[in-house]
Design a protein around this ligand. Structure first.
Ligand code: NAP
Ligand code: ZN
Length: 350
């Protein structure tokens, strides 16, 4: 197959800085959309993958799964997208399309394994997939999203992962007007969780380890802020939440949070992919659930983007150049980002 060389940024090992690389992109096939990448968000998962926190990373890792760009060209079977259109690509670029999960529009749970936008098995070129820290990408039309033109394209990028990852559990657990929802961790995911839960009409409490983020949490839509290290405050909220969305990226004690749930309520984990400890008694007394959720399907991602278009919702971002990515990673891991870094991909192209 013909390939095209493009500039990218990636890491050659788990302890290396990211640096400029050249990668190959496949030729545009009948069902493909060729996208000129304008912006790419920086997700904490990018850092976990580069650092091999979850094991199994393949190098070089070229991260990036919050992609916004314009269509450069399309294959002959593509009618939904046309040259110049503003589009997005999230965490997946392929799935089997045949299993029950794919048929239900939940490609992220593909029983034959979805293909991640980076570090997935590349069906076309062999090896592994390379993500959005690059000049362009070629993606099957089924995994390309339409981006509402009324939104600020830069601030749309994080919706493709942080947005859908918080939107999907709120919808799946049927969060509705008046529910008391706690969002744990005010980072990239957390700030979108507050915005969405607030837009749905829930009473949102920001549960944070950082008292300094209180004002921001309220501006984002929280009606109250709960400092998780303050035992008195935690006791005041005991057994009062209808739902908790836990975005903490590292191992932590779950028991205090389980204590916040009402009878029959659930805490959904989206971060901390590692062995966690909690006391079963905390769940048993109150028939509580501990659950997990992975991004969202393509159909619901489009619904989320359309909802954002209608309600004028985007992320709060800080723009960086591609060359500043290593410093941005340091800042994310030291909890110093408000609330998502987005790379201006023009800086790679210059
Ligand atoms: P982030 O921007 O770094 O935010 C994480 C937040 O968690 C921090 O801002 C901080 O908020 C809180 N936190 C950090 N360390 C903590 C600790 N030791 N104890 C308690 N709270 C702590 O990360 P993100 O991009 O939102 O991603 C969050 C996690 O979700 C990552 O692990 C990422 O890999 C994962 N993720 C999962 C999915 C999925 O599909 N399930 C998708 C995307 C990302 P406060 O200062 O407010 O406490
Ligand atoms: Zn992500």
């Amino acid at each position: 197959m013909n390939t095209t060389e493009v500039k990218a940024f990636g890491a050659k090992s788990s302890d290396a800085d990211l640096e400029q690389l050249t990668i190959n992109r496949r030729e545009v096939k009948a069902d493909d959309v060729e996208i000129d990448i304008l912006y790419c968000g920086v997700c904490h998962s990018d850092i976990h993958t580069v650092r091999n926190d979850w094991g199994g990373s393949k190098y070089p890792v070229v991260p990036g799964h919050e992609i916004v760009g314009r269509v450069l060209s399309v294959g002959k079977n593509v009618s939904k997208f046309k040259e110049g259109q503003l589009v997005g690509v999230g965490c997946m670029v392929d799935s089997c399309q045949e299993c029950d999960s794919c048929k239900d529009g939940l490609e992220q749970y593909c029983e034959n394994g979805m293909v991640g936008t980076y570090n997935g098995a590349d069906k076309h070129l062999g090896g592994h997939t390379y993500g959005g820290y690059s000049e362009k990408v070629i993606v099957d039309q089924k995994f390309v999203l339409n981006v509402p033109e009324n939104l600020d394209a830069k601030a749309v990028a994080p919706l493709l992962c942080a947005g859908i990852t918080t939107w999907s559990p709120l919808r799946n657990w049927n969060i509705k007007k008046g529910d008391k929802v706690g969002v744990i961790g005010l980072g990239g995911l957390g700030h979108m969780g507050i915005k969405f839960a607030h837009a749905i009409g829930a009473k949102v409490v920001m549960i944070t380890t950082s008292p300094g983020k209180s004002e921001d949490a309220k501006k984002l839509g929280a009606y109250e802020v709960l400092i998780s290290k303050d035992q008195e405050q935690m006791a005041d909220h005991k057994a009062s939440f209808d739902f908790l969305l836990n975005t903490v990226p590292v191992k932590h004690d779950l028991n205090p949070y389980i204590g916040l749930l009402k009878r029959d309520a659930a805490m959904v984990m989206v971060g901390a992919i590692e062995p966690l400890e909690f006391h079963g008694g905390g769940l048993i007394a109150g028939r509580k659930s501990l659950a997990g959720s992975l991004i969202g399907g393509i159909k619901e991602t489009q619904e989320m983007l359309d909802f954002c278009g209608e309600h004028n919702i985007v992320s709060d971002i800080e723009m960086i150049n591609m060359q500043n990515i290593n410093e941005a990673y340091e800042r994310v891991t030291s909890n110093d980002v408000k609330y998502r870094f987005v790379i201006d991909m023009q800086s790679l192209k210059n």
